[in-house]
Design a binder for this molecule. Structure first.
Ligand code: PFF
Length: 455
């Protein structure tokens, strides 16, 4: 079975480096960049958070993207098959499956949030910007159950349509159109935001590191965010790596993806932090509201600017593109694993995933509403799935990847695969980071996030 049966015309393939980079960037740039990054940066030290984040991205993040992509291309398989290529040991089975199950658990609730974005865009398009800015609107919406389910459904249909179209015609084509458009829209909103009166203080807070703002929490939060933002430890990079040819320069693409992802996070920070400063005069409490920043504070900020509808449409359209391309990568990975392991046709695998999405997505949609009383570890469904995947399973999945390379595959084989297209410039750093830094970071994330819930 060892990859012998691989038929290049059957397995999907990206057309080349640019298509591949845009698809991976599409995966990486998502809710994490636009919704999560700005509120974490605002909360954990502004410029200091940014600095720590950048350092981690260039070290830990770089190593993880390189590793997963290389393993995917080497084995031409999604995670289960990729781990399975190196033997039948229990650890390999476990490592493969944990990487593969994560996107299956994430894509349903991610699509519920995608549905919120769609709903907000729809309301802005109808000219309801004042309604969105009202106190209590967001809470009323997410607890409404039925409406949330409806918008989740619409979002999911869009994602499935792209997956059914295939890797090149669906995933790549959508990424090629949406990603550049997203950047243009993001720049428009960011320029608008930083030129508001009073925004300068916000720009300073966000961009200039201040040692007084440093704490252990800054490091831990930045680590978790980097993990989330780069789409690592959820099988995606294995899968997308399996769709590229040997000519694609993995090191160069990794750098480009990181620049893309960080660039959009920076833009999102510039869209949100300075405009909130301009709106509230630098009131930290408003700024540190957390997850509600995008859905509650921002519509108020837009409306106070007097051009709420236009800015709202541009912002939420951009946000929708970001969320869609990420959800696509999560579903593509899930479907790809099922195709590889069950040897079913693509549409049949989609049907199975539709079932999974319906169950977990519905639970997540209803979780803040009619099923509010059902809690797991004290959390509503959506929060529980987010906790389970991001805080528990993903660090374990990443650790499995590190162990696979250090203990089983060996650096020699990895280097050889990477060097098929070009010289491996940061080889020594890669070895060092993978052996020592990555496992350390992963353990810190795992321990801190579990302590957070149980502590
Ligand atoms: N990296 C993407 C984002 O930042 O939104 C996609 C993603 C991240 C999906 C984390 C799911 C997840 F748990």
């Amino acid at each position: 079975k060892k990859g012998k049966e691989e038929k290049p015309d059957v397995r999907g393939k990206f057309s080349g480096r640019i298509g591949y980079v845009l698809a991976v960037a599409g995966s990486a740039v998502g809710l994490g960049n636009i919704w999560r990054f700005p509120y974490l940066a605002a909360k954990y030290g502004g410029g200091m958070f940014l600095l720590v984040y950048l350092i981690l991205m260039l070290t830990f993040g770089y190593v993880m993207i390189m590793s997963e992509t290389t393993l995917g291309r080497m084995t031409k398989k999604s995670p289960v098959g990729a781990f399975g290529t190196f033997g039948k040991k229990k650890f390999l089975k476990f490592g493969g499956w944990i990487n593969a199950v994560i996107p299956m658990l994430i894509v349903p609730y991610y699509s519920v949030i995608g549905g919120w974005v769609l709903k907000y865009l729809f309301e802005y398009l109808r000219g309801n910007s004042e309604t969105l800015a009202k106190d209590g609107y967001f809470t009323e919406f997410i607890t409404s159950s039925g409406k949330v389910e409806f918008w989740f459904f619409v979002f999911a249909v869009l994602v499935f349509a792209v997956i059914l179209a295939g890797v090149k015609n669906g995933v790549e084509r959508v990424s090629r159109v949406m990603m550049p458009m997203m950047i243009v829209l993001a720049v428009v909103v960011a320029v608008y935001s930083v030129t508001r009166p009073g925004a300068v203080e916000g720009i300073k807070y966000f961009l200039i590191p201040n040692l007084e703002h440093f704490s252990m929490m800054t490091v831990v939060a930045a680590m978790g965010q980097m993990f989330y933002s780069l789409s690592i430890a959820m099988g995606i990079l294995y899968t997308y790596g399996s769709y590229i040819g040997k000519e694609v320069d993995i090191e160069k693409s990794t750098t480009q993806v990181e620049v893309f992802d960080t660039g959009v996070a920076l833009l999102a920070g510039l869209m949100i932090i300075p405009s909130v400063f301009a709106f509230s005069g630098g009131d930290m409490e408003t700024l540190q509201a957390g997850p509600s920043l995008t859905f509650i504070t921002l519509p108020k900020v837009f409306s106070s600017m007097g051009v709420g509808t236009v800015v709202g449409i541009v912002f939420f359209l951009m946000f929708l593109f970001a969320a869609l391309t990420s959800a696509i990568s999560l579903l593509e990975t899930s479907v790809s694993t099922l195709e590889d392991e069950l040897h079913w046709k693509r549409w049949k695998c989609c049907l199975l995933m539709a079932g999974v999405m319906l169950v977990i997505g519905t639970a997540s949609s209803m979780g803040y509403g009619v099923w509010d009383s059902v809690r797991i570890l004290g959390m509503q469904f959506l929060d529980f799935f987010d906790f389970l995947t991001n805080s528990v399973m993903m660090p374990i999945a990443a650790l499995a990847t590190c162990l696979l390379i250090v203990r089983v595959v060996g650096f020699e084989k990895m280097d050889k695969e990477i060097e098929l297209s070009s010289a491996f410039k940061r080889k020594k750093l890669y070895h060092f980071f993978l052996k020592y830094l990555a496992p350390l970071c992963i353990l810190v994330i795992l321990i801190s996030s579990i302590a957070n819930v149980f502590g």
